[in-house]
Design a protein around this ligand. Sequence first.
Ligand SMILES: *[C@@H]1O[C@H](CO)[C@@H](O)[C@H](O)[C@H]1NC(C)=O
Ligand SMILES: *[C@@H]1O[C@H](CO)[C@@H](O)[C@H](O)[C@H]1NC(C)=O
Ligand SMILES: *[C@@H]1O[C@H](CO)[C@@H](O)[C@H](O)[C@H]1NC(C)=O
Ligand SMILES: *[C@@H]1O[C@H](CO)[C@@H](O)[C@H](O)[C@H]1NC(C)=O
Ligand SMILES: *[C@@H]1O[C@H](CO)[C@@H](O)[C@H](O)[C@H]1NC(C)=O
Ligand SMILES: *[C@@H]1O[C@H](CO)[C@@H](O)[C@H](O)[C@H]1NC(C)=O
Ligand SMILES: *[C@@H]1O[C@H](CO)[C@@H](O)[C@H](O)[C@H]1NC(C)=O
Ligand SMILES: *[C@@H]1O[C@H](CO)[C@@H](O)[C@H](O)[C@H]1NC(C)=O
Length: 636
Amino acid sequence: MAKLSFLSMGMILFLCCCSAAAAARTAPAGQGYSKYKDPGQPVNARIRDLMQRMTLQEKIGQMTQLDRASVTPEILRDYSIGSVLSGGGSVPFPKAKARDWIDMVNSYQNGSLSSRLGIPIIYGIDAVHGHNNVYQATIFPHNVGLGATRDPDLVKRIGAATALEVRATGINYVFAPCIAVCRDPRWGRCYESYSEDPSVVQSMTSIISGLQGEIPAGGRKGAPYLGGNDKVLACAKHYVGDGGTARGINENNTVADWHEMLSIHMPGYYKAIIEGVSTIMVSYSSWNGVKMHANRFLVTDFLKNTLKFRGFVISDWEGIDKITTPADANYTYSVQMGIGAGIDMVMVPYNHTVFIDTLTRLVKADVIPMSRIDDAIERILRVKFMTGLFEKPLGDQTFLSQLGSQEHRDLAREAVRKSLVLLKNGHKADPPVLPLAKNASKILVAGTHANNLGYQCGGWTITWQGGSGNNLTSGTTILGAISKAVDLDTEVVFSENPDPDFVRSHNFSYAIVVVGELPYAETAGDSTNLTLAEPGGDIIQKVCGAVKCVVVVVSGRPVTIEPRVDQMDALVAAWLPGSQGEGVADVLFGDYGFTGKLPRTWFKTVDQLPMNVGDPHYDPLFPFGFGLTTEPTGGQ
Ligand SMILES: *[C@@H]1O[C@H](CO)[C@@H](O)[C@H](O)[C@H]1NC(C)=O
Ligand SMILES: *[C@@H]1O[C@H](CO)[C@@H](O)[C@H](O)[C@H]1NC(C)=O
Ligand SMILES: *[C@@H]1O[C@H](CO)[C@@H](O)[C@H](O)[C@H]1NC(C)=O
Ligand SMILES: *[C@@H]1O[C@H](CO)[C@@H](O)[C@H](O)[C@H]1NC(C)=O
Ligand SMILES: *[C@@H]1O[C@H](CO)[C@@H](O)[C@H](O)[C@H]1NC(C)=O
Ligand SMILES: *[C@@H]1O[C@H](CO)[C@@H](O)[C@H](O)[C@H]1NC(C)=O
Ligand SMILES: *[C@@H]1O[C@H](CO)[C@@H](O)[C@H](O)[C@H]1NC(C)=O
Ligand SMILES: *[C@@H]1O[C@H](CO)[C@@H](O)[C@H](O)[C@H]1NC(C)=O
């Protein structure tokens, strides 16, 4: 009898599988009582109730995440897709307003709600320095700059502000924070890392309680958490060892023994789990030659079983495809290894049918056990129920005014001024150059990065790779901020790349030279020479040879500047400050003091790399933790 009912249940599952889409149209959900729809029921009971109603097809659909560019409400309905994302720059249309985003997300949500069981989607986006894909959102400094602040409370407030801006667009899930511990600045994602020091990275996981809300006293530490409709689900990434790859090559191999793994790359995850991070994204990289996306030991045995992570594990974009080299060489193998390793949701992101069909085949052939699918579904549903998503699936206009609000821009400005690191301030015996006088009669502003909002925001801004120019989004350039900060009768002359004779003939009191790296993201940012974008070096030489100069470097990491430091009168690392250039002027002119500390070792030459604090042969240009200070002068 028992055996028979087991068999017939298998048959029912199979039959439902074929008729799910038809059933959706003939028997709309919501008629009569469904325990899983009752918010009065405990989450575990809701999960159990819903799971036993789900077909295999619906379960696999829930494990699927697609980019917005390849979904329709009908696909979401017919396949019971679990999640939609915006990849970098994947927007409804250029310069879309918050309302447009809400309409888009809600139209997808409507599709999901009209599926047989009406399971809502979560919508994910790379909000990695503010809600950075969205036109006119506040762009906060990239993580490397936040690491320089050493201010976990500030970073938590940035998380809360980002959550509000994301909610303004009807979105409930962000692929942040990146808690990589970048050990080699040649890595193109180094700016996404708070620091080379795991303890700094660990302290900055405070952003999770800003994004998701803080687990109340007495609340269960370590379970996924969401504090309310003004909060968003977070995602700690990229598990694990993404910042440790050989020569900083993106997505490459991290060679490390277990002790190094535990002491350098893992501490951020312990803390993130305690703070209730809801999801964790797997790294493209390998650990000792094994792709993380196929690493059952680290994903299932360690993260889920040992660390007791109870949220869901998501792949990176086409992450399982890249289990093979070349990518997609054997997709069946990729799905088998990825799901087998313990990945719960797959960022497919384009072709749902290939993924769904492949996984379905593997389950039906008993290659992947049903228990593995059920583990994934239980985790995904836990996050969805705990979010309150079933009760309030649609975005509304409650938070519209949060996008790019003055309050958030003021917070970004605070972050910028705390992130600046003063590396040099005058030649040895001479008086300090900074803070600068606001009442000089004429000053020069020069350099490739002085008047370029796109450059100062860096990658992951409006588009994946970032952009150039001042119409990218709204904000204040460093030049604009300087012009606003100085006295009304101070003449500010801007010349990007001036001739030395021009500089000498103009009797400038001083020059501010802003140079740096061009925007980049991921592999496109891998660099072997870490040079300033041309003609940055020439501009430093010409201007600093002709007038007292302060050099501001806008970059995602330390860059090669050793030969030029003697030419400069003062040197400031500004990292990638984002949309609020005012924060730079605030400290240059002494309204606030410099307080930032290097979150990374500043090398002399690239052949020293990798070189991190604590290494035996440590011979930096500026050591980890270095940063001169100035007293605020009220700008006089
Ligand atoms: C979603 O569906 C509801 C009714 O079913 C409708 O009122 C609403 O306009 C739809 N929203 C979107 C964005 O499609
Ligand atoms: C690491 O990079 C090298 C050089 O580009 C490449 O040949 C190798 O396949 C990469 N290894 C991994 C694991 O991606
Ligand atoms: C692809 O991988 C599957 C699963 O590991 C394996 O059975 C199959 O033989 C592979 N196909 C090829 C063409 O290598
Ligand atoms: C998905 O891939 C399958 C098989 O390669 C192909 O037939 C189908 O057209 C693809 N669908 C989309 C939407 O690209
Ligand atoms: C600028 O202000 C300072 C402090 O008030 C004053 O000492 C200095 O003379 C002023 N310089 C000019 C050029 O006005
Ligand atoms: C910004 O301006 C540049 C020209 O300066 C133009 O090519 C580009 O299309 C503009 N971008 C937007 C988003 O308007
Ligand atoms: C240069 O500026 C200083 C003070 O800013 C002034 O005393 C001097 O006369 C100026 N020289 C010329 C050539 O304008
Ligand atoms: C530095 O390397 C980049 C490629 O990563 C190259 O485009 C650039 O020309 C190099 N710069 C110098 C000064 O060698």
